[in-house]
Design a binder for this molecule. Structure first.
Ligand code: SF4
Length: 222
């Protein structure tokens, strides 16, 4: 049975163009310093939201919501994600997924069931483990990115950043890596620190320069 650590019953911003509910699945193997959901990290932590209750809620919302987003934690950690998605699709919902891409093989099997993917790209490849504190994390994320791009499923790559993670020069390097991989949609999200946007202000010419290689480029101030 899939383990759900929390739910947002209605959102307009987590699945582009859809009214959605978000399910936050329990567990993540990485330990990013800026993680905003630390209670979701332990895979075996006690959860209080039964899957049967989630399905009952979604049945009551049929016709009122367009989609359901599986988020986390890291939703692809749980092998039962695919049957859970199949059940939710069976209720008529479109499916969004937020993932860090740390299980690329599992992600690949999920992609035919997905309508949209928000894929976190944490850093340029050579700095990846310093952000995630996971071993070989950049190689896994790069493979996940390859699968998403090859699938043709709609997506957004998103990077959470502040200068304490890595400097702007490395952000430029990341933009180059993404463009070379064939990414067309990238969002840069200013990291919040203690609930506030980081005080650093990116130099005005920098943003257009970072975004120029992408079909869509979004900067979220956090
Ligand atoms: S990958 Fe996401 S859920 Fe996992 S530690 Fe990093 S920010 Fe938190």
């Amino acid at each position: 049975m899939i383990r759900v650590g929390g739910m947002t019953p209605l959102t307009t911003i987590d699945f582009p163009g859809r009214l959605s509910a978000v399910l936050f699945l329990q567990g993540c193997p990485w330990r990013c310093n800026y993680c905003h959901n630390p209670h979701l990290l332990p895979a075996r932590a006690e959860t209080h939201l039964e899957w049967t209750s989630v399905l009952a809620f979604l049945r009551r919302r049929q016709g009122l919501l367009d989609g359901v987003v599986f988020s986390g934690g890291e939703p692809t950690l749980q092998p039962s994600l695919l049957p859970a998605i199949t059940q939710v699709r069976g209720l008529g919902y479109q499916i969004g997924l937020h993932t860090g891409g740390m299980y690329p093989a599992r992600l690949r099997t999920l992609l035919p069931q997905l309508d949209w993917v928000g894929l976190d790209i944490k850093a340029p490849l050579h700095l990846y483990d310093s952000v995630t504190h996971g071993h070989g994390s950049g190689r896994k994320a790069a493979l996940a990115l390859r699968h998403v791009l090859d699938s043709g499923v709609a997506y957004e790559c998103r990077t959470t950043w502040h200068p304490g993670l890595f400097p702007e020069t490395e952000l430029r390097r990341l933009a180059d890596e993404l463009a070379q991989a064939g990414v067309r949609h990238w969002a840069l999200q200013a990291c919040r620190v203690d609930g506030q946007p980081h005080p650093h202000r990116m130099t005005p010419p920098e943003l257009p320069r970072l975004g120029k290689a992408f079909e869509t480029f979004t900067f979220r101030r956090g």
